[in-house]
Design a protein around this ligand. Structure first.
Ligand SMILES: [Zn+2]
Length: 437
């Protein structure tokens, strides 16, 4: 009898072991992100990877096994997203990949749209989903479509079908494709139900890319080229209004990555970049390479900081106009990139979005509600409401009052798994120690 029962007990333990006890945030001020509001003294119950109940703290009937997180005086908001993120390629060690994913998570980023796929990377998406690694939920673009990887319209179509077959979530567009190749890619993508986003190849141009249904325009790629084409001296208001109108009409999204462009255009002094405290979480070789590239750019005889500053100003005008018109804006920084340390860079980006005229609430929308809308065919998340994926950030100060308060973390929840801030700090310290020279 015993020998028969043992495997059954073992089976039950395995089945139920994955299902942790429910977790309740008690007495918290909820920022649901359905409108600009704070709902005070709520209890939020999480079971498995879902938010299962929200209501006044005094009305809560919690399961006996619920783990209580006393959160009176604190704020609970949905987790954020890095919508133009990168995950180190599989030729790097699993430890390095996991550090990068943890840096996102530690900063309250619970969703990453990986914007450059490598063969083998889809396994990581599954490990994240199963909770086998500490990671945001990953949605991954496949290997890049560009001037080198695409050689003809028919080969572009084959590449689309192959990536759909492999199970990638999105096609990543880089510069270099001809218009015929781009069109073939776009038509085949549409026929196969996969979206494409990223850059705008020069031969294609922004208007044509919008017309062909490109879903996201990352780095505001193509916008400044379009505007400066109309008036090299600066931003032509008529052209700006026209391109904003087309963006809205097509329902396209933009991922502005403002801070990265300021770095790449070297309009920020190197000393200021090198003083970023989060550089302790970047590998020394990466830091050295970022500094080397900065020095190379600025020592080029063609380097013209004033012209670059005009481009950066134009980008701020574009973001402001898109925002005022109600275009879909998604939060993203292109981390890990030059001086863009995963997770930490998002806090800098949010400040620049405020500088472009967005309120704190609107900035938070770009990383929560908008992301949920963008991924609505995949899952339900981005707000604090029953049935949504339990991706949450617990804060000690109200982020609607000041965007800087997003850094006042007390903990992060990813798909129902709770990471208290004390644990996060221990792991961050270990990551920093691994990079200390
Ligand atoms: Zn990128």
């Amino acid at each position: 009898m015993k020998t028969l029962l043992l495997p059954i007990a073992f089976f039950l333990a395995v089945c139920t072991g994955a299902h942790a006890d429910p977790i309740a945030f008690i007495g918290v001020s909820v920022i649901p992100m359905d409108s600009e509001r704070v709902v005070e003294n709520q209890t939020v119950l999480v079971d498995g990877d879902r938010i299962v109940w929200i209501g006044p703290a005094e009305a809560a009937e919690l399961p006996a096994n619920a783990r209580r997180i006393e959160a009176a005086g604190m704020y609970l908001m949905p987790g954020l997203a890095e919508m133009h993120g990168h995950i180190p390629p599989p030729n790097q060690s699993q430890a390095e990949i996991e550090k990068t994913l943890y840096l996102y998570l530690a900063n309250g980023i619970t969703t990453v749209r990986g914007m450059l796929g490598y063969p083998g990377q889809l396994a990581l998406r599954e490990q994240a989903k199963e909770g086998a690694i500490d990671s945001p939920t990953l949605y991954l673009a496949g290997p890049s479509f560009n001037g080198n990887s695409v050689s003809s319209p028919s080969q572009a179509a084959d590449k689309v079908r192959a990536q759909v077959e492999e199970g990638w979530d999105l096609l990543k567009i880089h510069p270099g494709m001809t218009r015929a190749e781009f069109d073939s890619m776009a038509v085949t993508a549409k026929a196969n139900g996969i979206d494409f986003g990223g850059h705008v190849p020069a031969d294609v141009g922004l208007e044509h890319a919008i017309g062909m249904g490109q879903l996201t325009f990352d780095h505001l790629d193509g916008y400044v080229e379009y505007l400066f084409g109309a008036d090299p001296e600066g931003v032509d208001e008529v052209a700006l209004n026209e391109i904003v109108r087309q963006t809205l009409g097509a329902g396209a999204w933009v991922v502005p990555t403002m801070v990265l462009w300021e770095t790449l255009y070297s309009v920020v002094d190197l000393d200021r970049l090198n003083a970023f405290p989060e550089l302790v979480y970047a590998p020394p070789a990466a830091r050295a390479s970022w500094e080397r590239q900065y020095r190379q750019r600025t020592s080029d005889p063609q380097f013209d900081r004033e012209q670059n500053e005009r481009v950066i100003d134009a980008r701020m005008q574009v973001l402001s106009a898109l925002h005022k018109a109600g275009a879909g804006i998604l939060m993203g920084t292109d981390a890990p990139q030059q001086y863009s340390v995963p997770g930490f860079s998002l806090h800098r980006e949010m400040q620049r979005m405020v500088d472009a005229g967005m309120s704190s609430y609107e900035v938070l929308r770009s990383g929560t509600v908008n992301v949920g809308t963008y991924f609505s065919a995949w899952d339900t998340f981005g707000q604090i409401t029953e049935g949504h994926r339990a991706d949450l950030i617990l804060l000690t100060a109200n982020p609607l009052e000041s965007i800087g308060n997003v850094a006042s973390r007390a903990g992060v929840m990813v798909r129902g798994t709770w990471y208290p801030e004390a644990d996060i700090q221990v792991r961050l310290a270990a990551i920093a120690a691994s990079y200390r020279q």
